[in-house]
Write a protein that binds this ligand. Structure first.
Ligand SMILES: [Zn+2]
Length: 73
């Protein structure tokens, strides 16, 4: 029997450290805003609600729109 096995740490010492919600919340909010902006640009930016005038953004996102199953034309 080896000495390392005899001195193995207790299971409680191996548990991951909890991450406080205050540290995660700003990053979760940031990721949510970025994802919503991306969702808008890929799926909804066209016609009367268009942020970027013209068809350039629509044509640029066209393949991604079809790939994600958004109704297009
Ligand atoms: Zn299309």
């Amino acid at each position: 029997m080896s000495q390392a096995a005899a001195h193995a740490p207790a299971p409680a010492a191996l548990a991951p450290a909890p991450i406080p919600l205050r540290e995660v919340a700003p990053w979760a909010l940031f990721a949510g805003v970025v994802l919503l902006a991306l969702l808008y640009l890929v799926g909804l930016d066209q016609g009367a609600t268009s942020v970027v005038p013209g068809e350039m953004l629509h044509e640029f996102m066209h393949d991604g729109r079809h790939l994600l199953g958004f109704p297009c034309h």
